[in-house]
Design a protein around this ligand. Structure first.
Ligand SMILES: *[C@@H]1O[C@H](CO)[C@@H](O)[C@H](O)[C@H]1NC(C)=O
Ligand SMILES: *[C@@H]1O[C@H](CO)[C@@H](O)[C@H](O)[C@H]1NC(C)=O
Ligand SMILES: *[C@@H]1O[C@H](CO)[C@@H](O)[C@H](O)[C@H]1NC(C)=O
Ligand SMILES: *[C@@H]1O[C@H](CO)[C@@H](O)[C@H](O)[C@H]1NC(C)=O
Ligand SMILES: *[C@@H]1O[C@H](CO)[C@@H](O)[C@H](O)[C@H]1NC(C)=O
Ligand SMILES: *[C@@H]1O[C@H](CO)[C@@H](O)[C@H](O)[C@H]1NC(C)=O
Ligand SMILES: *[C@@H]1O[C@H](CO)[C@@H](O)[C@H](O)[C@H]1NC(C)=O
Ligand SMILES: *[C@@H]1O[C@H](CO)[C@@H](O)[C@H](O)[C@H]1NC(C)=O
Ligand SMILES: *[C@@H]1O[C@H](CO)[C@@H](O)[C@H](O)[C@H]1NC(C)=O
Ligand SMILES: *[C@@H]1O[C@H](CO)[C@@H](O)[C@H](O)[C@H]1NC(C)=O
Ligand SMILES: CC(=O)N[C@H]1CO[C@H](CO)[C@@H](O)[C@@H]1O
Ligand SMILES: CC(=O)N[C@H]1CO[C@H](CO)[C@@H](O)[C@@H]1O
Length: 610
């Protein structure tokens, strides 16, 4: 072989590598002919054999890929569901098979935070929820798979915690709230492994996908990895992890800057701001929600081929926001219920999605917080020149936040709509993210007026409904709307108040401090009431403390969301049945107990329900 040929070969390999890196760097590519797109996926998903499209794409094959595809190509165009079932049982194994329960060593069944809890019943309940962690902790083992067999699972190398139910893999933003709970539970190693898994994903793909499945590779989720490292570091002083994580966190930060940022013109100040939005390139049904997406986009509508393609992207973008789905992302705030009556599956409503036009207040607050945190990390690990870079980025972002999102009249932060060049009219709990992220100007944090005015709305919601504050006031039947209340949003509301209480040290305004402390207490109590009452009404009991409700077969469920209108009910709506488990609910609950266990009381609903 001549020298020239060798260099050429290397050149080709190099170009390949570079191209791949480019493609992967932009966003991941789901390229399996079974799990991502193609005629087999379409045939199975549209057959309706599985109520939940996620079931099929979570099944590993039990024959090598080429055999599966060869058999699939022989399936007749008009195959009956019996023929499909036969094919599925010959070539696919049960979903979730690659997950094994982790044997947690050194599991302390009575960690010290429990001491803070005054009520004996709440003590027992907190202990029980703490003891759920082993049921949600997993490792991957694909050794059962034959040579050439495939699965949609991205094989994580370390222990992780799943939300539960159909969510049988690691999820990006769920993991933040799970880690808050793991730290309270003194499961530091597991918290660390969750973080290391997510860092691994950034190393491979350049960003954290929605979850550890190849069909999630088109999109990320609210970027909370920096904050996971922060709370883990605060609990452990693990400087080694901090130093190792730093370059990877920079890589993720650059992903958001390069792929999801946009220059927004402010009609008010005539300034241009660089802010972030969620945006996913996609022109296909999401494999795990294929039937729903296909129905939304392809059936019974007047969309043309261009608007159909756009709608697929709007749908996937809403999934990236973590709020799938919400009236925040709709073109017309959902005002009249006629659409709802005619079609209870949301398809009509979802056709009005304009997610890519909305610049979200929560995303930009999180990124502001990440910039501040990254500048603090830079200082800790001696990356001197990055300190100012991040501080500066945060300062610029804050200008954009105040210029575009803050509404003086409403005394609130609102999303910004770039197509209408105005603030969104949909009020949601996303408005409170700046209080968590402290993406606030000085005169907001040194003066009680703003926080009191903005949070007075929360006080009124608490007097209106028995549960925790609803996500929005719009009853759209979408799951991130009325009447649902979500654990991460309750965390954000409470954390915002705690932050303010910390910044504000003056004792001469004790009346205002009292308002804040009472609101923290009320929000915490409502959250505990919601979770405990629903657990009790689905058959939960604690020997010697709480008798099981008669006539209930189950043994108590913890849900992913709750109904604000009635204590004891899980939330509803959305694309899938309400899930039990549940990672972030448990995480936020334990976090609340560890902070406020001394002031929480036994829920009244227990005596009502008895
Ligand atoms: C599918 O949904 C129907 C109607 O909601 C329900 O009756 C049935 O039990 C579900 N089947 C499975 C396999 O979950
Ligand atoms: C499917 O189509 C083929 C040929 O068009 C026909 O012979 C067969 O009977 C059809 N099968 C069913 C189940 O309709
Ligand atoms: C946990 O322990 C069981 C029984 O000893 C063993 O079969 C299983 O493989 C272990 N799991 C892991 C993840 O090590
Ligand atoms: C946790 O797992 C154990 C053992 O698999 C089981 O007995 C127990 O019922 C589970 N607890 C919950 C709350 O699911
Ligand atoms: C797991 O480890 C293997 C071998 O080191 C590596 O090739 C793979 O990329 C790792 N997977 C993840 C998700 O980090
Ligand atoms: C971490 O270090 C700080 C400062 O040295 C110390 O105050 C704190 O108690 C330490 N925290 C832990 C969990 O060790
Ligand atoms: C579409 O319209 C047809 C005819 O009106 C109806 O039978 C069918 O159920 C509709 N499909 C959906 C998914 O709404
Ligand atoms: C598709 O529909 C949109 C909106 O109704 C319209 O603006 C566009 O011109 C149409 N495109 C084609 C190719 O017909
Ligand atoms: C706090 O802000 C409000 C509204 O901006 C203002 O009216 C009030 O004077 C300020 N209070 C103090 C103590 O600065
Ligand atoms: C709020 O601040 C006061 C001191 O001003 C402190 O005693 C109290 O514990 C703080 N509350 C919370 C929830 O941080
Ligand atoms: C699963 C999925 O939607 N994959 C899409 C991701 O984005 C690329 C680029 O737009 C598409 O080609 C894939 O089909
Ligand atoms: C739409 C989609 O598949 N995205 C998933 C991303 O993860 C969240 C959980 O945090 C799910 O709710 C979404 O379904």
């Amino acid at each position: 072989m001549k020298f020239g040929e060798i260099t050429n070969k290397y050149l080709v390999v190099f170009l390949w590598w570079w191209w791949l890196k480019f493609i992967l760097g932009v966003k991941g590519e789901c390229d399996s002919p079974i799990y991502c797109s193609g005629s087999l996926l379409k045939k199975i998903q549209l057959s309706g054999i599985y109520n939940d499209s996620k079931t099929f794409v979570d099944k590993p094959t039990i024959k090598p890929l080429d055999e599966v595809l060869a058999a699939a190509s022989l399936l007749p165009e008009n195959s009956t569901n019996d023929e499909l079932q036969e094919f599925l049982s010959t070539y696919f194994g049960p979903e979730g098979q690659e997950l094994i329960l982790t044997n947690i060593t050194n599991f302390n069944s009575t960690p010290s935070f429990l001491q803070k809890i005054k009520s004996p019943l709440l003590y027992e309940f907190a202990k029980l929820v703490h003891n759920y962690w082993p049921n949600l902790t997993r490792n991957v083992d694909q050794s059962f798979m034959c040579e050439g067999c495939v699965s949609s699972f991205i094989p994580l190398n370390r222990t992780f915690v799943i939300p539960g139910g159909r969510f049988r893999e690691i999820y990006y933003w769920d993991s933040y709230f799970i880690i808050e709970g793991l730290l309270v539970s003194e499961l530091y190693d597991i918290a660390k492994n969750v973080i290391l898994n997510l860092l691994d994903l950034v190393e491979i793909y350049g960003f954290v996908p929605n979850g550890s499945r190849i069909y999630y590779l088109n999109r990320s989720q609210p970027p909370l990895l920096v904050q996971m490292v922060k709370i883990y570091y605060q609990a452990t002083n693990d400087t080694t992890l901090l130093s190792n994580a730093f370059p990877i966190l920079m890589k993720e930060y650059n992903f958001w800057r390069q792929n999801n940022s946009i220059r927004v013109f402010s009609p008010k100040s005539k300034k241009l701001h660089t802010l972030n939005r969620y945006i996913v390139q996609n022109n296909l049904p999401r494999p795990e929600s294929y039937l729903d997406d296909f129905t939304t986009v392809e059936l019974n509508n007047t969309l043309n081929s261009t608007t159909r393609e756009q709608l697929y992207a709007e749908i996937a973008t809403a999934a990236e926001s973590g709020w799938d789905f919400s009236s925040r992302w709709l073109n017309e705030p959902f005002k009249n219920s006629s659409i709802l009556n005619e079609d209870d599956n949301n398809y009509e409503i979802l056709r009005t999605l304009i997610t890519r036009d909305i610049i979200p207040i929560d995303l930009n607050s999180i990124l502001y917080m990440n910039e501040i945190t990254l500048s603090e990390f830079s200082e800790k690990i001696g990356e001197e020149k990055m300190i100012g870079t991040f501080k500066n980025a945060a300062k610029k972002r804050l200008e954009g936040i105040m210029d575009l999102f803050w509404d003086d009249e409403l005394e609130s932060f609102m999303d910004y709509n770039i197509s209408s060049e105005s603030r969104s009219e949909v009020f949601s709990l996303a408005s409170y993210f700046p209080f968590w992220a402290e993406s606030l100007p000085k005169d907001f944090t040194t003066n009680f007026t703003t926080i009191l005015d903005t949070y007075s709305y929360i006080t009124s919601l608490l007097s209106e409904f028995p549960g925790s504050p609803p996500t929005t006031h719009i009853n759209s039947s979408l799951q991130w709307d009325f009447p649902n209340s979500w654990p991460p949003l309750n965390y954000v509301l409470i954390k915002g108040l705690i932050n303010f209480n910390h910044t504000k040290k003056d004792d001469d305004e004790s009346e205002n401090k009292e308002f804040i402390m009472n609101l923290i207490k009320d929000l915490s109590q409502r959250y505990v009431d919601s979770v405990l009452c629903a657990w009790y009404s689905t058959g939960g009991s604690i020997p010697g403390f709480l008798n099981k409700l008669s006539g209930v077969g189950d043994t108590g469920h913890i849900f992913e969301k709750y109904d604000t209108q009635e204590l004891g009910l899980p939330g509803g709506g959305g694309e899938y049945d309400v899930q039990v488990g549940f990672g972030w609910t448990n995480g936020v609950l334990l976090w609340i107990f560890s902070n406020f266990g001394d002031i929480l009381e036994e829920p009244e609903c227990l005596s009502d329900l008895k």
